[in-house]
Design a protein around this ligand. Structure first.
Ligand SMILES: [Zn+2]
Length: 427
């Protein structure tokens, strides 16, 4: 049962596998490492063991002494919406102030710590949605194998003056991130991020919750500006993620061809149906609003009030949206402060409960559907030949019982074909 090394090839024999789509029963799983990455080479039904186990306890096909009894393999999770650069060490820090007074050389180490926490909690891919040069550097170091961590996808923010991205910097602070107003500046900022090496672009089409002086109800950008950003991003091979809370913000994101909706709080039934038809995913980032509204973390009165306003209507709208086929994917908005890195499984269970997803559909939202949302449907989120060898060994069968999907049930995390947390069971 143990993993055996054949040069750079590894195989697990007779393991229970859910592949990102469905239950494959008992299989032999093989992968090959080359350089710092690894690809699955074969998933074949185990010939000498009955693959069916409908008992739900995962041990019907296991011989006595089978170290894999009650265990299963699922793809590593993908969190499509995080913000890595926040204070990762213990102790108080001002959420908005810390990034302004901390050198980027120091911030990158905190970002790495956050990423590693997520990895140990079963998240093998993260997409940072307010990235700049720091996250690009971190991604390169991870891809080069210099440091260990999850895969990173990074999206650069294009924000208008007084937009959601801009309002994270208090108005009196002299050093500000670049903003873009008018189609020409928008196009130029997209090109700037492309040169920097980002994978995608993030915009806001409504205001937000955590930014100071900002209102979730505010319009962000005109139609012409958004059309320009989407046009230029797509021309340069980048997806556009649109932060939108309001119905107007969601509509303009759909109209202009944005690729994903972030938050999507006040989504209407018609918009849910339209998003489903267009293949636009929605990351509902539920935990963070819960944390802010309930004041589980220190927040300002303004922030708590805005979050409460946001969730009052949210749950009913999102459940209706799911029934109309809206494609909800795992996105936590983790920033290490309001939502911790490693809270992804909690977010997914909350999402499933609110929108009424089955355990299997919920797990797809964090694997195959999340991979599609970030433009990596061809090599992430699924355990099949040609896909990356990123997977989890779990106690239980989370695609049948989502309550099994908890960090404490992780037996091993395998990323880039290598065990990075826990250990593989051995006979
Ligand atoms: Zn966010």
């Amino acid at each position: 049962m143990a993993g055996t090394t054949k040069g750079t090839s590894m195989q697990l024999h007779s393991v229970e596998l859910w592949d990102g789509e469905s239950d494959r029963g008992r299989v032999d799983l093989s992968w090959t490492r080359s350089g710092v990455d690894a690809v699955i080479t074969a998933v074949t039904p185990t010939s000498n063991t009955a693959p069916t186990d409908t008992s739900g306890n995962g041990d019907a096909a296991s011989a006595e002494g089978d170290a894999w009894a009650g265990l299963s393999i699922i793809p590593g999770l993908i969190d499509t919406h995080v913000h890595l650069l926040g204070k990762a060490s213990d102790g108080h820090a001002d959420f908005l102030g810390w990034p302004l007074v901390t050198r980027s050389e120091e911030q990158v180490l905190h970002g790495l710590s956050h990423a590693q926490r997520a990895l140990r909690a079963g998240v093998t891919t993260l997409r940072d949605l307010s990235a700049d040069e720091v996250q690009v550097s971190l991604r390169r170091a991870l891809d080069a194998g210099i440091v260990e961590g999850p895969r990173l996808m990074v999206s650069g923010m294009v924000s208008m003056t007084a937009g959601h991205g801009d309002m994270f910097t208090p108005e009196a602070f002299p050093i500000r991130r670049q903003t873009a107003d008018g189609p020409d500046e928008c196009r130029k900022l997209v090109r700037h991020w492309a040169r920097t090496g980002v994978d995608g672009i993030k915009i806001a089409t409504s205001g937000g919750v955590l930014s100071t002086g900002d209102k979730a109800s505010w319009r962000n950008y005109t139609r012409e500006e958004i059309e320009t950003i989407v046009d230029e991003s797509h021309a340069l091979g980048m997806l556009v993620a649109a932060h939108a809370h309001t119905e107007a913000g969601i509509q303009i994101a759909l109209d202009t061809g944005c690729d994903s909706i972030e938050h999507g709080t006040f989504i209407s039934a018609a918009q849910a149906a339209e998003a489903a038809v267009r293949g636009v995913s929605i990351a509902p980032t539920m935990l963070i609003n819960e944390a802010i509204a309930s004041r589980r973390v220190p927040v300002s009165d303004e922030q708590a009030q805005k979050a409460s306003d946001v969730i009052v209507q949210r749950d009913g709208l999102m459940r209706a949206a799911a029934e109309l086929g809206a494609d909800f994917v795992l996105g936590t908005d983790a920033n290490g402060y309001h939502v911790k890195f490693g809270d992804e499984m909690d977010e997914l269970r909350l999402l499933a409960g609110v929108v009424g997803y089955s355990p299997e559909r919920a797990l797809q939202a964090a694997t195959t559907r999340a991979a599609l949302a970030i433009g990596r449907a061809d090599d992430l989120g699924r355990l099949a030949p040609g896909f990356k060898a990123d997977f989890l060994v779990m106690r239980g069968r989370p695609w049948e019982n989502l309550d099994d999907l908890r960090v404490e049930n992780i037996v091993a995390v395998v990323a880039r074909g290598k065990v990075v947390a826990g250990s593989l069971p051995t006979a």
